[in-house]
Write a protein that binds this ligand. Structure first.
Ligand SMILES: *Cc1c(COP(=O)(O)O)cnc(C)c1O
Length: 364
């Protein structure tokens, strides 16, 4: 068989190791996963109730346009319903944007290192990659603007950035948008938007009026804790949304996800409480890292990238043997580092106890 040659050059996504896999391999009964930036507090109980109610309708196709969710979310964000596009997670929105804008002879600008899917989608579409190194773990927007040329179609700004957790500020983003040509699409991937507490973080929805070449991506997978239901959304001009609609699959989001997302949206108390508990968890880590003299990137997310100055894969395996799954920095372009999702207070304490032994060289 002869698939398109270039798809074989696209890396296959390597997800965080599943809990059951680790239990089996290491003969453990208790395993904690701090690898995929999932919400340790689960999701709003209202979301679960909405799903139960929907269980009688499994035989029906979902509403392809996600109308009820669309109306609620448009109200919540203060945008028009036609400014929203829904994806099977943000991942699918990234794919739709790539499918609509990239092909051979075009290029796309992104940071190195950033979320891996921008890169794989670009390879699949045959676009050239222009990767601009992070500066101290932060998007170098000046260098990214300078890298744009005639063939550039899309620029990816992951804000906060995964895997470094850092943000670009309002003034940095505004200066950048002024430099980007009007026919180049800027994607702001804000998967961790709801976790951010830094007042310098840009509020991008009001910027859409001035910059129709911008799309904001957010998701119900992270703070809302609905990762398994796969609901992500884009906010952009109505014109851009109508262009992307041409590449959207007819029933790309399921009815269970739609009803759960609506219910979750109405429970902002849950979101606020998760954000607050997450900041306490971040402090739990940074206090200890400071004490141990370890460096880490200042995070506005629910994960932290820390430099343990030891072989990443070896540390990763030691943690696995203790029933803790994280992401090895080697897989993320940060050798020597680990990316750790902030868990509950108890989970954080557990990994910190093991890390202390690793840092001290006591765990072989
Ligand atoms: C998790 C994540 C996504 C994908 O989220 P889904 O909505 O679950 O597909 C996209 N971008 C970034 C930066 C992420 O960390």
């Amino acid at each position: 068989m002869q698939p398109k040659q270039r798809i074989l050059n696209a890396p296959v996504y390597q997800p965080g190791k599943p809990i059951d896999d680790v239990k089996r391999e290491y003969g453990l009964t208790e395993v904690i996963k701090l690898a995929s930036n999932e919400n340790p507090y689960g999701s709003s109980p209202k979301a679960k109730a909405a799903i139960v109610e929907q269980l009688d309708n499994l035989a029906l196709y979902p509403d392809g346009a996600s109308l009820n969710l669309r109306w609620d979310l448009a109200d919540f964000l203060g945008v028009k319903p036609g400014q929203l596009i829904f994806g099977n997670g943000s991942d699918e929105n990234l794919l739709m944007i790539s499918r609509a804008f990239l092909n051979e002879g075009t290029n796309t600008v992104m940071a190195s290192q950033t979320f891996s899917q921008y890169r794989s989608n670009a390879i699949i579409e045959g676009a050239e990659l222009i990767e601009v190194p992070l500066k101290d773990g932060v998007h170098d927007l000046e260098a990214m603007a300078a890298a744009i040329n005639e063939q550039t179609r899309v620029v990816w700004v992951c804000n906060p950035n995964n895997p470094s957790g850092t943000i670009v500020t309002t003034s940095e983003l505004e200066a950048f948008m002024k430099k980007v040509p009007k026919d180049v699409l800027v994607v702001l991937d804000e998967a961790y938007y709801e976790y951010v507490v830094d007042p310098e973080y840009p509020q991008t929805i009001p910027m859409l009026a001035e910059y129709p070449n911008m799309i904001i991506l957010r998701t119900f997978s992270k703070i809302y804790g609905l990762a398994t239901l796969r609901i992500g959304y884009g906010v952009a001009s109505e014109e851009l949304v109508s262009q992307l609609e041409h590449v959207r699959e007819p029933f790309n989001t399921g009815a269970l996800g739609q009803v759960a997302a609506r219910a979750a949206l109405k429970d902002q108390e849950f979101v606020i409480s998760c954000r607050e508990r997450n900041r306490e968890g971040v402090k739990q880590f940074t206090d200890r890292f400071d004490e141990w003299g370890l460096s880490y990137y200042p995070t506005q997310t629910n994960f932290i990238l820390v430099d343990l100055k030891q072989d990443s894969d070896a540390v990763f395996k030691k943690l696995l043997s203790q029933g803790i799954i994280v992401r090895s920095g080697n897989a993320l372009g940060f050798p020597g580092y680990q990316r750790i999702t902030v868990g509950t207070k108890e989970q954080n304490e557990k990994i910190l106890t093991v890390l202390q032994e690793i840092v001290a060289g006591a765990l072989k």
